[in-house]
Design a protein around this ligand. Structure first.
Ligand code: GLN
Length: 198
């Protein structure tokens, strides 16, 4: 199995490091071109700035191949800006114009909905299928999931609020498991979503 991290902008090294720490998983590959994309069996979309990543995706000629590969079953774990890029629907955000999205995950999301950088926070998150204590969620200028469509199901909750969803092997989280030095979400995704039912 070859695991890739979309490496155009954002917290790419943190995802690479989180994957490298998992035992039994080969070294991950940075994905920057359509040729790189062809080689991976699962992909992580990092957090960062969704408007920038969307522009770089278009410049690299990666948007269309990525949509096609996701539709053909590529498992994806997307965090924060990555979730924004997967979403089918973005509500207008006070933080400015929205990026074009890949439109593959049946959720409605609003960018920066918890406020500015100084409103970033950490808090316990309950993740479906994860054993042990609650996951330490790191939220940085996080998007909010406003609605979960019929094809997606809640995967993670902070209190009553849904902060992660899955649609088969497409996972989208508003928080950053790559910043928690807790490998459980990365491991669960690779165990469950990769090769599992869609
Ligand atoms: N606010 C950012 C955006 O809209 C996402 C923040 C993040 O990925 N930590 O793209």
């Amino acid at each position: 199995m070859t695991v890739g991290v979309l490496a155009l902008q954002g917290d790419v090294p943190e995802h690479l490091r989180a994957i490298e720490q998992l035992s039994g998983v080969p070294s991950p590959r940075a994905v920057r071109t359509p040729a790189d994309l062809e080689t991976v069996d699962a992909l992580f979309l990092p957090g960062g700035e969704s408007t920038t990543i969307a522009r770089l995706l278009a410049d690299a000629g990666l948007a269309r191949p990525l949509i096609e590969k996701i539709r053909a079953g590529l498992p994806v774990l997307a965090t924060c800006a990555g979730l924004i890029l997967l979403a089918e629907r973005l509500e207008a955000s006070p933080s400015g114009p929205n990026p074009p999205t890949l439109g593959v995950l049946d959720v409605t999301v609003r960018r920066n909905d918890y406020g500015a950088q100084r409103e970033s926070f950490e808090g316990p998150v309950a993740v479906e299928g994860l054993s042990g204590p609650p996951f330490p969620g790191v939220f940085i200028r996080a998007p909010r999931i406003l609605a979960v469509g019929a094809r997606a199901t809640p995967l993670a909750r902070r209190g009553q609020e849904v902060v992660g969803v899955r649609q088969g092997s497409l996972w989208g989280l508003t928080f950053h498991p790559e910043l928690s030095s807790d490998p459980r979400v990365h491991r669960l995704f690779l165990e469950e979503a990769v090769g599992g039912p869609r």
